[in-house]
Design a binder for this molecule. Structure first.
Ligand code: BES
Ligand code: ZN
Length: 615
């Protein structure tokens, strides 16, 4: 008896979706401007979103509706949205919510299914009622055990590059900008925060409303829900974290306001109002994500010595490069990340000086060299302008866009002088605020607005369109790291020598320890400096990699395993799993991965799965 009612309801529901669902997907009638989105914005484009969702931690489902304000050509009969793994219930038109027909195309494993909705000549509003699935790739559903308090679960979203479509039906292209309002219902005792105007206190009923008044691309729509509290660190800056983490987080990020001021004095006013940061559980797959007004960050940057705060400078810099001026498609990803790394270094230099910034730049130059070696210097993916058509844009997320991109800007700065280059960049951001940018458009703009680059066309084309690194690439130098490097090649350095070392010198030191050191020798180094017990994940990452490759890992396997189970940041996981694989210990890696994978976000899980597949 009790069972009958839900079954009957389900049947009626299926029947109703069947009626509304047309049969064949329609033929593409106009060219899609973005190879990673099914939408056809030249016919009908989204302008504003009203999002209304309930967060169900038990079922790991978000459900509710996305109400889109659209702008369509008179001739348009349909509007196309991107979706992936969504359960669509019904679609209505206008304030009267008249039901309309729609089709969901056969799913593509990476791009998902085009949702084609029939519209009427004057349609301005389309409401899509839907629910996400527990496996939605954007969503990180963390169990209480994966949080700091171990009491309540946690949810975060990760939209970049094309994952927003797994939790919101949208036109998921960075070339399309929308404003949004949202109403989010959470369980009690939790706070929801978004890339929008945020609450600073928990509500009593678990209801939260949000407003993002500036137009942003859908990959920047973001939500985090957990046991969060807020602490200001400056006038316009503050930190959200679990109460247990909050005091440490606020101390670690005390320089946020100064960074904001430095950034503004370089490249013009901050366009987004407040700049806050939320510390997520360690399962977050990235170091940081530049969601507007609210950077999402890994807790692994909290090292109690502010050693890794360049990450904040980086995500803050995206408030200009990326969020204000956005890559038009993922083929132009270097316009987001290369500019941001350059800008990040300028902020770091303003706050902490040249010596310090040169250390960071040289460490990253080493990462670029390794990437070039891995990919091969003639690999087309080592070009700045990428060709990711029919591929997952995640394949374009390499150090090339970041480091080769930044080096190109350093190169231009060297050629034209810092003053001219700064004036150019400031004007570039102003002229294109809230717009999208292609590599070609940037080159045009460079030509007209930085006339000092006249005569450099051939070399600029080489930088952008050719693989590998041009011969004229500037090579960073760092005295402080040179000293660490010599120390690594000699006998164990004395306390006196290392007394003022930051974690960057230690990382460099570990990287340069000779390949010939065996397990016993590495054991002595560990005894002297306690690397295995370091509280700095950057040190742990290079140390574990070294240990695995040089036979010392059996002695410290429990610690390596704990790290891989607790931390989900892909940039740490990849080198460690890879070291196991490349040193004949793939079985060990697989065993650890089996234990760890349920705690990983899909972004990390998929990458490591791929890595461990063969060999
Ligand atoms: N926007 C990126 C993260 C990203 C890129 C997510 C591409 C998905 C696709 C973010 O700004 C970033 O670069 N994060 C870095 C940290 C930074 C200090 C280099 C990271 O997570 O390691
Ligand atoms: Zn970035």
């Amino acid at each position: 008896m009790n069972l009958l009612k839900p079954i009957l309801l389900l049947f009626l529901f299926m029947l109703s979706t069947q009626c509304q669902q047309e049969k064949a997907p329609e033929a593409v009638v106009s060219k899609r401007p973005d190879p990673h989105s099914f939408s056809r914005p030249d016919e009908a484009v989204t302008k504003h979103l009203d999002l209304n969702l309930k967060v169900d931690f038990d079922q790991k489902i978000l459900s509710g509706f996305a109400r889109w304000t659209i702008s369509a050509k008179d001739s348009a009969t349909t509007i196309v949205f991107d979706t992936r793994d969504l359960n669509i219930q019904k679609v209505t038109l206008g304030a009267a919510e008249k039901e309309t027909t729609w089709t969901l195309a056969e799913p593509h494993p990476i791009f998902g299914s085009a949702l084609t909705v029939r519209i009427e000549p004057k349609t301005e509003m389309v409401s899509i009622y839907y629910a996400t699935r527990p496996e939605a790739a954007a969503l990180g559903w963390m169990d209480p055990a994966q949080t700091a308090s171990k009491k309540l679960p946690f949810l975060f979203t990760q939209g970049q590059a094309i994952l927003t479509r797994t939790w919101i039906p949208c036109q998921d292209s960075p070339g399309i900008r929308v404003t949004y309002n949202a109403a989010i219902q959470t369980p009690s005792g939790m706070m929801a925060v978004m890339s929008a105007e945020n609450p600073q206190q928990q509500s009593s009923d678990g209801k939260y409303t949000f407003r993002m008044a500036q137009p942003i691309p859908p990959y920047l729509i973001a939500l985090a829900v957990g046991e969060l509290a807020f602490q200001p660190v400056g006038n316009r800056t503050g930190v959200y974290a679990e109460p247990k983490v909050l005091p440490d987080a606020a101390w670690e990020f005390a320089d946020m306001e100064k960074m904001l001021v430095a950034a503004e004095s370089l490249y013009g006013p901050y366009a987004w109002g407040r700049y806050d940061l939320v510390v997520l559980p360690p399962g977050f797959p990235f170091g940081g994500m530049e969601n507007p007004r609210l950077t999402f960050a890994t807790p692994t940057v909290i090292t109690h010595d502010r050693a890794l705060v360049s990450l904040v400078a980086h995500e803050l810099a995206h408030s200009w490069s990326g969020n204000l001026v956005t890559n038009a498609t993922w083929n132009d990803f270097w316009l987001n990340e290369g500019f941001t790394v350059y800008f990040e270094r300028r902020i770091m230099e303003a706050l902490y000086g040249k010596d310090y910034t040169h250390m960071l730049a040289l460490l990253e130059y080493g990462e670029l060299q390794n990437e070039l070696e891995d990919l091969g210097a003639t690999n087309p993916d080592t070009r700045l302008k990428l060709d990711l058509e029919n591929r997952d844009p995640d394949e374009g997320v390499t150090t090339i866009a970041y480091q080769k991109g930044a080096l190109f800007l350093h190169f231009l700065e060297e050629k034209v002088g810092r003053n001219k280059f700064d004036a150019f960049l400031k004007q570039y951001f102003k002229a294109h605020e809230f717009q999208t940018m292609t590599t070609e458009k940037f080159l045009e703009y460079l030509k007209t607005n930085l006339p000092e680059t006249a005569g450099m066309e051939a070399t600029i084309r080489e930088w952008i369109l050719e693989p590998g690194l041009p011969d004229n690439a500037p090579k960073p130098e760092s005295n402080r790291l040179s000293k660490a490097e010599s120390a690594a090649l000699g006998t164990l350095p004395s306390r006196l020598q290392t007394a003022r070392w930051t974690s960057h010198e230690w990382v460099h030191y570990i990287l340069h320890l000779p390949d010939t050191l065996d397990a016993a020798a590495l054991g002595k180094v560990d005894q002297a400096f306690n690397f295995t017990r370091s509280g700095n994940a950057e040190i742990l990452c290079v140390w574990y990699e070294k240990a695995i490759r040089q036979g010392y890992s059996p002695q410290i396997l429990p610690q390596i395993e704990t790290f891989l189970v607790e931390v989900g940041r892909r940039r740490f996981l990849t080198p460690i799993y890879k070291a196991f694989k490349e040193s004949g210990q793939v079985e060990t890696a697989r065993q650890i991965f089996e234990k760890a994978k349920n705690g990983y976000h899909s972004v990390s899980r998929n990458s490591i799965e791929e890595l461990l597949k063969n060999g």
